[in-house]
Design a protein around this ligand. Sequence first.
Ligand code: FAD
Ligand code: NAP
Ligand code: SF4
Length: 682
Amino acid sequence: MTDSRYPNLFRPLDLGHVTLPNRVLMGSMHTGLEDRVWNWPKLTAYFVERAKGGAGLMVTGGIAPNRRGSLAPLASKLTNRWEVMRHRKMTDAVHEADGRICMQILHAGRYAYHPFSVAPSAIQSPITPFKPKALTAKGIEGQIRDFVRCAKLAQKAGYDGVEVMGSEGYFINQFLVPRTNKRDDEWGGSFDDRMRIAVEIVRRTREAVGDDFIIIYRLSMLDMLEDGNAWDEVVALGQAIEQAGVSIINTGIGWHETRIPTIATTVPRAAYTWVTRKFRDAVSVPLVTTNRINMPHTAEDVLARGDADMVSMARPFLADPEWVNKAGADRADEINTCIACNQACLDHVFQNKVASCLVNPRAGHETDLVIEPATAKKKIAVVGAGPAGLAAATTAAERGHDVVLFEGMDRIGGQFNMAQRIPGKEEFVETLRYFGKRIETTGVDLRLNTRVDADQLAGEGFDEVLVAAGVVPRDPKIPGQDHPSVLGYIDVLLRNKPVGRRVAVIGAGGIGFDVSEFLVHGEPPETPDPDQPRPEDFFHQWGVDMEMTRRGGVDGLKPEFEQPAREVWLLQRKTSKPGKGLGKTTGWIHRTSLKHFGVNMLAGVSYERIDDEGLHIRIDDKPQVLDVDNIVICAGQLPQRELMEGLEAAGVTTHLIGGANVAAELDAKRAIDEGTRLAARL
Ligand code: FAD
Ligand code: NAP
Ligand code: SF4
């Protein structure tokens, strides 16, 4: 496929005993399915779909080499011959689908979520409640033997290779840096001693598995921690493991305890590939680069400018298993793009739920959410082209139904038209591009600027009507709220109403946080562009040294955010910490960003009234006046169900989905999931 638009992406990669058909690695992702024996058929279906979709090489989620190294009690491990069979079934199925798969060996070390964890030194991590036991020298030898045994079992199980997880702050990484390795024996002290375990694991694994087996080493190139590795140490490790026999070096960025975003949507596309680029002259084995690569043109640019030999993408394969085939067939506009929200993948993993995807609810559910042709064709109306309506309409049309999609606005997207305007959420544009294209390919009859009522719907003879009319903003009923200084979030984000320099935001939920982020930035571009945010600005803002002259890339640096465009007060009635309910893995980013922009976050507020003096509030029963130019209300939402009564009276079969169904705790994940699942049943 070298004559494609992406010649570098589709250039085969010769590893000696095997040639990969393209330069796309599906990076390791814990799905939660690997942890239970009965879920392995589901895991197999998940990988087979991605193999068929064209991934050059896939890597499984982390599998522990022993119990102590497992992430949590009963998490997946490969330590016995009798465990090989379930892996074998999966690798056979992947090979039948013309795919290639490596197994990641992950030893959690002090990141293990159980009391039996081991590490180079007995230092508890800031993100787990258990203090690890420091290993003896004999214990370390035992861990190395377990890595090698695990790799040999993986070979028996039919994998094409293994990935040794040496980054993200897990076990091996913990040996590399003085912060977590305080040993004074041959496994600590000088860097040669600290890296010994990594080199020994690779060397002994190569000896055990022979030449015709891929060994990938995931190397932490940028720790982003005080006391992390210096660049010359990173290079020395790369050269030593090359000597020890790795086939490929994959890039690791940050530790789990790092407080700089690494993969969230605020990270610019391909922001970290410069790190791999710096490494290229040091070694001759193929290098894989990673983090926030989600579209073919981005991946192609990275390879064309020589940052790496291969790109790794993980979440984009949850969003679209066919990513590679679509890119290869010049159908990039049909790719369902990962918007880096973490809401259904990483957030699920941290909540012990099966990982899925906000934009593709079939991810991780390939066997139970099956989209099949309908047995009887129906005439279906969908009211509202927000995420719920878009998912429902296109899924129903794909199944062969006749679908009319009514939308009152002049464009599709519903609230995503506001979300995409928030600085750092430009990726949401891609979801609307995807659905726009899918409307075309599935043949949905889209009627924009058509706000329908129950009579009209009842008169058109639809077999079923899906009401996806979304929400209306909640009225907080604050005395004086009809004052000209008061705006709603829709006024600000959609209607471009002017906003003054001093602003109070009422309501610190997802929308209150987003509106505050919008307000502290200068004028936003009219058309959001996900390619626009610049890595240089991002690293300057968060305090990362792109010259790599500092340990871990961050030693001695502090975040430097620009001056806020406005002074903002973000208010809530609850006494809990504002932003507590935001996403598990991204909430801290929103809170940190607003803190650096100087937003005043106030909890335990009661709203008294609004007048020419400003917003009168009370905290701890003490009255105060916020002398602001504008007050923006973000006080939650209520379902919009005005159509229901008329439709029911007319005897039309009606379904409610998305915000129109339940507005409380609604997000796009639930809206798309509900829309897809309902349409799959109709
Ligand atoms: P909506 O998106 O509200 O769409 C309803 C549509 O129906 C609208 O287009 C409306 O015009 C149309 N309509 C209504 N009545 C009629 C009628 N009678 N005839 C024709 N058309 C009609 N969610 C997340 O998961 N993650 C985020 O990061 C996130 N960020 C957000 C940021 C902002 C600023 C906002 C405002 C929302 C955000 N959300 C986010 C929430 C997410 O956008 C909503 O949960 C989602 O859009 C709800 O989808 P829906 O289809 O139910 O409704
Ligand atoms: P929300 O998260 O429910 O927050 C509503 C806020 O309004 C709360 O802070 C609440 O806090 C306040 N409030 C509620 N009733 C009020 C009243 N009568 N008077 C004054 N304040 C009141 O809802 P949202 O911010 O509107 O967001 C809507 C949905 O979009 C959310 O469910 C969210 O999941 C989704 N979203 C997600 C993201 C994301 O990043 N994942 C971003 C944006 C939106 P108090 O009651 O304490 O005052
Ligand atoms: Fe990407 Fe969000 Fe889907 Fe995760 S849930 S794969 S971050 S779009």
